[in-house]
Write a protein that binds this ligand. Structure first.
Ligand code: A3P
Length: 307
C-alpha cells in the first residue's frame, strides 16, 4: 500500500515498514549483495534518535588508535559523521553513493549506518559475527524532532505537513522505517537474546551518563578502554569531540551538505530531553501514551522523559 500525508512524499509499505521508493532499491540491493564481515559494526537507529551522535562516538572509539580524539585534525572535525559511517540505504547502495570519499575497500573495522528494521537487514549481517549498536529515544521527542526535520529538508515545492497531520500518521505507524514501536521492540528483543550481537542504547541514558556508556560501547566492540587511557582522559576527549555543542559549531556541520537533499546544519537542533512538552497537546500526549503502553506492554522497554 501507498500512503501519502496529503502534503508529503509518498511512503510505501515494504516488507512490513514504511519507506520511500529510492530506499527500496537500495535495501533490495543490500539484502541480495552485502556480505558482512565478522569485524563489521552497524550503527542502527530509528531516525532522529541520536544517529549522528552515535555514529560520531562509534567512529571515535573504534578508531582511537589511529586518530587521537584530541587531535585538531581528527576526521570528526573535518567530516560529518554520516560521511565517516555511511548509511547502507543512502550512501553505500543509495543515491548518495558519490559521497563516499574512497572507492577502495574501507579499513577494518568497517563501520556502517542504517535505519533499517532488524528483519530487513541482509542475512549475513544477522548470521555473521558482525556487531550492531542500536539507539532509540522516547517516541514523543523522536516524533517532534522528525516533524521539524522533515519540514526543513522537504522539497520547497511541497507545503508543510501540519503537526496534527504528521502526528496522526506517526500514531498509525506511518513514518520512515516505522512503525517505530516495531523497530524498537525487535532490536530490544534481539539485544536480550543475543547481548553480544546487539547493544541496545537509549538517547536519554546516553545523555545522562555518557562516560559509562562510552565504556559499554568500547567493551562491546572488543576494545575496552585501558586504565592508562582513562587516566589520560581519552574518554573525556571523545565526549567533548562528539558533544552537541562542539559538533554543531564545526564548519563542516554549519556549511556542509549530506547528499543532495539537505544541509548538515539541520542535524543539530536542540538536543534536549523532553522538548515534546513545547509541541504536543494533552490529547496528543494521551493518544500516544496509550499506544506506547499497549505496544510495549510486557516487553520491559520503557523510556525516561515520557509522560
Ligand atoms: P532534536 O531535534 O531534539 O534537537 P539523528 O542524528 O538521529 O537525526 O537525531 C537528531 C537529534 O539528535 C536532534 O534532536 C539533534 O539535535 C540531536 N543531536 C545531534 N547531534 C547530537 C550530539 N552530538 N549530541 C546529542 N544530541 C545530538
Amino acid at each position: 500500500p501507498r500512503e501519502r500525508g496529503r502534503r508529503t512524499r509518498y511512503l510505501y509499505l515494504f516488507q512490513g515498514f514504511w519507506c520511500q521508493p529510492a530506499e527500496i532499491q537500495a535495501i533490495t540491493f543490500l539484502q541480495n549483495h552485502f556480505e558482512a564481515k565478522d569485524s563489521d559494526v552497524v550503527v542502527a537507529t530509528i531516525p532522529k534518535s541520536g544517529t549522528t551522535w552515535l555514529k560520531g562516538l562509534t567512529f571515535a572509539i573504534a578508531n582511537r588508535n589511529k586518530f587521537s580524539p584530541s587531535s585538531k585534525n581528527h576526521p570528526l572535525i573535518l567530516s560529518n559523521p554520516h560521511h565517516l559511517v555511511p548509511f547502507f540505504e543512502y550512501t553505500v547502495y543509495g543515491s548518495h553513493h558519490d559521497q563516499l570519499e574512497e572507492e577502495e575497500a574501507p579499513p577494518d573495522p568497517r563501520l556502517f549506518g542504517t535505519h533499517l528494521p532488524f528483519h530487513a537487514m541482509s542475512s549475513s549481517i544477522k548470521t555473521s559475527g558482525c556487531k550492531i549498536i542500536y539507539i532509540c529515544r522516547n517516541p514523543f521527542d523522536t516524533f517532534v524532532s522528525s516533524w521539524i526535520f522533515i519540514d526543513k529538508i522537504k522539497p520547497k515545492s511541497l507545503p508543510s505537513l501540519t503537526l496534527e497531520e504528521a502526528f496522526d500518521m506517526y500514531c498509525k505507524g506511518i513514518i520512515g522505517f516505522g512503525p517505530s514501536w516495531d523497530h524498537m521492540l525487535r532490536y530490544w528483543n534481539e539485544s536480550k537474546e543475543r547481548p553480544n550481537k546487539v547493544l541496545f542504547l537509549k538517547y536519554e541514558d546516553l545523555k545522562e551518563d555518557t562516560n559509562n556508556h562510552l565504556k559499554r560501547i568500547a567493551q562491546f566492540l572488543g576494545c575496552p578502554f585501558s586504565l592508562e587511557e582513562e587516566e589520560r582522559g581519552e574518554i573525556e576527549s571523545i565526549i567533548k569531540l562528539c558533544s552537541f555543542k562542539n559538533m554543531k559549531e564545526l564548519e563542516v556541520n554549519k556549511t556542509g551538505t549530506f547528499g543532495r537533499n539537505f544541509e548538515n546544519k539541520y542535524l543539530f537542533r536542540k538536543a534536549e530531553i523532553g522538548d515534546w512538552v513545547n509541541h504536543l497537546s494533552p490529547s496528543m500526549v494521551e493518544r500516544l501514551s496509550k499506544i506506547i503502553d499497549e505496544k510495549f506492554a510486557g516487553s520491559g522497554l520503557s523510556f525516561k522523559a515520557s509522560p
